[in-house]
Write a protein that binds this ligand. Structure first.
Ligand code: HEM
Length: 556
């Protein structure tokens, strides 16, 4: 079930794994334990029995339905699995993208498997992903419904939402404010927050860099744009509500924790019945999630918060809607579309910026070359701006390589097929959940030779970006009608953060108490999002002039 989760949730309890690194960083992923049946409680077993019975009936019925629809095709190959439970026992609980790559060596670029009553297609190459999820987007844009999302209140989240009218309306509101024409409107806010981040980083120069300051920068940026909120610290009361809501999401999605996603009628059990753990948990979670969505909007509706923002503009526009019923339903969609921006946008962008710091701490030559480009184009008198982007191909190549090297969502987000499909002689039954192994696509040596190496040069030819190399942003932000609508905003933010940091700071391994360099080798996390965590690096101002440039941002 964790595959269904959206980008951008606080990754609590994620596992971290050692990586190895050299001057040209390479990342290795190790063991991937299986799901442990011992961790399940008695009531979980009881409900598990129900699940097995229901699954058995559903599977037998489905088997006969499929047989009549094969039309001379076969299902794509894949692990055979066990009766009833399918491949549940061998399904990797950690770093699944690495295991799927191993499996694909046996089964090819389309692998079909079953987990209880969920059928899954894992796609390992970019061409197949584009053929299915982009070119046939009309039938590959749905998402499976998980009753737990409704119980916990998380069903407002666009990334989880089934394809349909509600999704269309919320996405349209969101798109209006995050499309490529609208995002430059946020450059001032982004610049202010990035400059604040530079000053905070300067205050901690020479010490292990605290990634909380990256989170704070992103929170302050997105919540200012969306609600006009001024976030000064991570102790902010509203951030605390978001954190609690995110915790409830993470727990609700933990594989094997609740059975309601396998036995949907469990959601109708009242919370006080023994065994109704999911309903009980949902009843605790829902008010917190509602508060997260409602609280900042209340202040806008009541006029307490008058600052210009996306929510305010949408709300004012809505007042011109004459149809009261329509106004009511649109109001909820507006609240939902604004409520999800921070949730889906901040952690994803955070992961990408962490990847940048990690790559730079491990690749001094690449860092120096980027700084040289900045010296030539921007000069010592000022900080880079968004307008410099077109003249900084090496910085842009670094961004592309960060997206490719350690993709933030290695398995993207699952899609669901809404009707039977036939592709390359294979039958893909309606309801199949499609998992793109983006991590593997971005490690295809035909597109990216020596794929484990961090090497921005692969995107350059004759000093400019080489359009013949597959652009990783066409994969990492997902596919077709569900493609990430925050991608322009996120890439803008990444550009200015990376360019300004490199212009004024060196990024180097931090030191132990005896002044010896610590190993900057990162730990990779596993989960919906994956990023290098807990690695040793610090920022040092490049010169007094650079320090001055940073301090002067306070006066700007
Ligand atoms: C490096 C940063 C980011 C990455 C790698 C990323 C990646 C993704 C991916 C893979 C999806 C799923 C697409 C699919 O289903 O095929 C997605 C969906 C989404 N993203 Fe992002 N994202 C990032 C930043 C952002 C930001 C900054 C925002 C908002 C400001 C955002 C908003 C969304 C929304 C609303 C969806 C759901 C779209 C839908 O299902 O219709 N993302 N993102």
């Amino acid at each position: 079930m964790f595959l269904s989760a959206p980008a951008g949730y606080r990754q609590l309890g994620y596992k971290a794994l050692s990586c190895t690194g050299t001057d040209t960083p390479q990342v290795k992923y190790y063991s991937y334990p299986r799901i442990s049946a011992r961790s399940m409680s008695f009531s979980t077993y009881t409900l598990g029995l129900f699940a097995v019975s229901f699954t058995a009936i559903a599977l037998v019925r489905r088997h006969y339905r499929w047989m009549s629809r094969l039309q001379g095709s076969t299902l794509p190959p894949g692990p055979r699995g066990w009766p009833l439970i399918g491949s549940l026992l061998e399904f990797p609980a950690e770093y699944p993208w690495v295991v799927f790559r191993e499996w694909s060596r046996t089964y090819g670029d389309m692998m079909f498997l079953r987990l209880l009553n969920t059928q899954m297609l894992i796609v390992s190459t970019a061409n197949v992903a584009v053929d299915l999820m982009e070119k046939r987007s009309a039938i590959y844009s749905d998402k499976p419904v998980f009753p737990m999302d409704e119980l916990t209140g998380w069903d407002f989240d666009l990334a989880l939402m089934p394809y349909g009218q509600r999704w269309r309306s919320i996405r349209a509101h969101f798109h209006q404010y995050f499309n490529s024409v609208a995002t430059p409107n946020y450059h001032d806010i982004q610049t202010t927050q990035i400059h604040t981040f530079l000053r905070r980083s300067l205050d901690c120069a020479g010490k292990q860099h605290d990634p909380t300051s990256i989170r704070l920068m992103l929170a302050a940026t997105i919540l200012d744009i969306v609600y006009g909120l001024e976030i000064q610290s991570m102790d902010d009361e509203y951030l605390d509500i978001i954190a609690k809501a995110s915790d409830s999401f993470a727990e609700g999605k933990a594989l094997g924790r609740f059975w309601v996603d396998f036995i949907p009628w469990l959601k109708y059990l009242p919370p006080w019945i023994p065994g109704a753990a999911s309903a009980k948990f949902g009843a605790q979670s829902r008010p917190i999630v509602e508060e997260m969505v409602e609280r900042p909007f209340r202040d806008i509706q009541s006029g307490v918060n008058q600052k210009p923002s996306m929510a305010r503009k949408l709300f004012e526009k809505l007042q011109q809607e004459p149809d009261l019923q329509r106004r009511e339903s649109q109001l909820q969609h507006i609240k939902d579309s604004t409520g999800l921006a921070y949730i889906v946008g901040s952690d994803t962008t955070y992961c990408m910026i962490q990847t940048f710091f990690c790559a730079m701490a491990m690749s001094p030559d690449i860092l120096k070359r980027a700084q040289k480009e900045l010296e030539t184009v921007v000069g010592p008198e000022r900080l880079p701006t968004f307008e410099d982007s077109k003249d900084l191909p090496y910085i842009r190549a670094i961004i592309l390589e960060c997206l490719r090297w350690l993709p933030v969502t290695p398995l993207g987000m699952i899609h669901r097929l809404t009707t039977d499909d036939y592709y390359n002689g294979y039958f893909i039954p309606k309801g199949t959940v499609v998992v793109p192994n983006i991590w593997q696509m971005l490690r295809n040596p035909k597109d990216y030779p020596e794929p484990d190496k961090f090497n921005p040069n692969r995107f350059l030819k004759g000093g400019i970006l080489n359009r013949e190399i597959r652009d990783p942003s066409t994969l990492v932000f997902g596919f077709g009608r569900r493609i990430c609508p925050g991608r322009h905003f996120s890439q803008d933010n990444a550009f200015l953060t990376i360019a300004t940091v490199l212009h004024v700071f060196d990024i180097v391994p931090s030191l132990d108490e005896n002044g010896n360099k610590l190993d900057p080798t990162p730990q990779m996390t596993t989960g919906i999002l994956s990023f290098p965590d807990r690695f040793n690096y610090m920022l040092l101002p490049r010169s007094e002039a650079a320090e001055r440039l940073v301090r002067e941002t306070d006066k700007a």
